[in-house]
Ligand binder design. Structure first.
Ligand code: TXA
Ligand code: MG
Length: 343
């Protein structure tokens, strides 16, 4: 298949608009940037589109997709709103990096929701995603645009390396602003529950709702996770990667010893730690005082290990405060629960 590459400006061209509508209506796939990560989109009510998404990603078909909409007024075509808190959250955080799980309506095929009677919905804020959703006026099922198990794509070049020649169209939006997937919140019960942490934190949600919410996203070392997408190996580079926890000073001396012992060992971590290491094989994620930058660099750092064909890497743990929670959630999955606690 020849993949057509488009730029943001192309979306103003009536011929391109027609092409996008035709491809999507016929079950074709279009990769587009969102503010979180790139998504691989297909028409959510077209059975073949969901099948193609699962096939091209190599994704297990019981792991449900997120349906993206242009505006809130479209929701009731696809889902029931049982909890009034949906309106409050939508008002506060949409368009933006939040996904709500609601009871699905019959129009949505079960293959989009992985056989579940619920549907995950998101209204993204990225101008390219918005434009695409508005001009096609279609609900777009779009998981993160990465081969299943690999890190999500945060730049155009990540998308190209995974999907060139495998999808109809890729829209180049450069690098995305957030770099971590949306916060997923289950709204089907009385008390909202966070299934996947993201840049909209528990604290932010509780503040706008003025009540506490549950957090079911916790990945505890040794305890199998419970939401569908959480049980699969995720975000993993080819390198054997291990999470290093402990006090800064002990971590620094441990890493210095380890780099002497192990040739080709790469250390990924915040500036405050890696700047103390006397070796060149480090990936600096950014300063602890700027977690947004660390979040944005995380998946690219995993992909870099693959590009450099690194065999072994250590990644330094961060505090789970604020955005740290979402970052550490991805890291724990990426290391596949391999952890060394340095004392
Ligand atoms: O930021 C994002 O959410 C990106 C962009 C493209 O929008 N999308 C994304 O999709 O991360 P994906 O498919 O990689 O992750 C969807 C997550 C999975 O963990 C999945 O299990 C969960 O949402 N999910 C989807 N539908 C669900 C449902 N009905 N109930 C519970 N969890 C659901
Ligand atoms: Mg994903």
């Amino acid at each position: 298949m020849k993949t057509q590459i488009l730029k943001y400006q192309d979306l103003d061209n009536p011929l391109i608009q027609k092409l996008l509508k035709r491809k999507l209506n016929n079950g074709g796939l279009v990769i587009f940037p969102t503010e979180t990560v790139y998504g691989i989109g297909g028409y959510a009510c077209h059975k073949k589109a969901a099948e193609s998404i699962y096939a091209v990603k190599g994704r297990p078909s019981d792991n449900p997709l997120i349906v993206h909409l242009a505006c809130f007024s479209q929701i009731e075509q696809y889902a029931y709103i049982d909890n009034p808190a949906v309106y409050v959250l939508a008002n506060a955080f949409w368009p933006g990096p939040m996904t709500l799980v609601l009871r699905k309506k019959d129009i949505v095929p079960f293959n989009v929701t992985g056989g579940l009677s619920t549907i995950a919905i998101r209204i993204p804020s990225h101008p390219v995603a918005r434009k695409l959703l508005e001009l096609t006026n279609l609900p777009l099922a779009a998981p993160s645009a990465n081969i299943s198990g690999k890190p999500s794509s945060t730049t155009f070049s990540h998308v190209m390396s995974d999907f060139e020649g495998k999808v109809d169209i890729i829209i180049d939006g450069g690098s995305v602003p957030i770099g971590l997937e949306s916060t997923v919140i289950d709204m089907t019960k009385d008390i909202p529950s966070i299934l996947r942490p993201g840049s909209i934190t528990q604290k932010m949600i509780e503040q706008v709702l003025d009540s506490s919410v549950l957090d079911e996203s916790d990945l505890k070392i040794g305890v199998p996770p419970k939401s569908p997408g959480m049980k699969y190996k995720h975000y993993s580079p080819m390198a054997e990667m291990t999470l290093i926890t402990g006090e800064s000073d002990t971590v620094i001396s441990f890493l210095e010893d380890e780099t002497l012992k192990t040739q080709g060992l790469v250390i990924i971590g915040p500036t405050e730690i890696v700047s103390h290491l006397n070796q060149s094989m480090v990936v600096d994620l950014g300063s602890l005082s700027d977690l947004d930058t660390i979040g944005k660099n995380l998946f690219a750092s995993f992909r870099k290990l693959d590009e450099l064909q690194i065999k072994k890497a250590y990644i330094i743990a961060l505090s789970e405060e604020g955005l740290g929670k979402a970052i550490m959630n991805r890291v724990i999955k990426a290391v596949n629960y391999h952890v060394i606690h340095v004392k």
